[in-house]
Design a protein around this ligand. Structure first.
Ligand code: GDP
Ligand code: MG
Length: 166
């Protein structure tokens, strides 16, 4: 089994942290500053029975100028070509304009989408269920997986679920 997996989400939700944890190398650019990842960065996870090619897709955000518009188109086309999309959100920040914009874009692609709720290490357990309900009302996600990319909670489970969908 092998496939391409695109990771999308607002800046700072933890996309690079997740990639680095999964791949086990510092291949993606990590930063606290928003939008420092300017290029598509790929990491390959090879296991005995599968190969997952991860793409840290930048540019899925509201364009402010023409170049942004072009980047958006490139990003949207990428989403159509991959086998699976991981839409990552910040469990603590919750729903915002940036997510709304991304969900609108997702409605134009047929690729299956996992909702990855990151930073659960910072979330009170009682707050998880209402958060999941809110997002699931907005889009028919193929799977919903809460994780902590930083601490590694549930990351193995997510990789297992990804493998099943390739
Ligand atoms: P990106 O912009 O989506 O690639 O986000 P980064 O991977 O650069 O992460 C942004 C910030 O969030 C960094 O300071 C990370 O250490 C932090 N971060 C990422 N994942 C987690 C997590 O699961 N829990 C916590 N508490 N912080 C995280
Ligand atoms: Mg990044």
């Amino acid at each position: 089994k092998s496939g391409f997996i695109s990771i999308i989400g607002r800046p700072n939700v933890g996309k690079s942290t997740f990639l680095n944890r999964v791949i086990g190398q510092k291949i993606a650019i990590m930063s606290d500053k928003p939008q420092t990842t300017r290029n598509k960065v790929q990491g390959v996870l090879t296991q005995n029975d599968s190969q997952m090619i991860f793409i840290d897709t930048p540019g899925i955000h509201k364009p402010k100028h023409k170049l942004g518009d072009f980047m958006m188109k490139v990003a949207t086309n990428t989403l159509k070509e991959v086998d699976l999309i991981l839409f990552m959100i910040n469990a603590v920040e919750g729903y915002g304009r940036g997510d709304e914009f991304i969900i609108e874009k997702l409605k134009n692609v047929k690729t299956p989408v996992f909702l990855v709720v990151n930073k659960i290490d910072q979330l009170h357990p009682d707050e998880l269920f209402p958060l999941l309900e809110k997002y699931q009302a907005l889009y028919p996600f193929t799977a919903v997986v809460p994780i902590s990319a930083l601490e590694g909670n549930n990351v193995e489970t997510l990789v297992g679920q990804i493998k099943k969908h390739l």
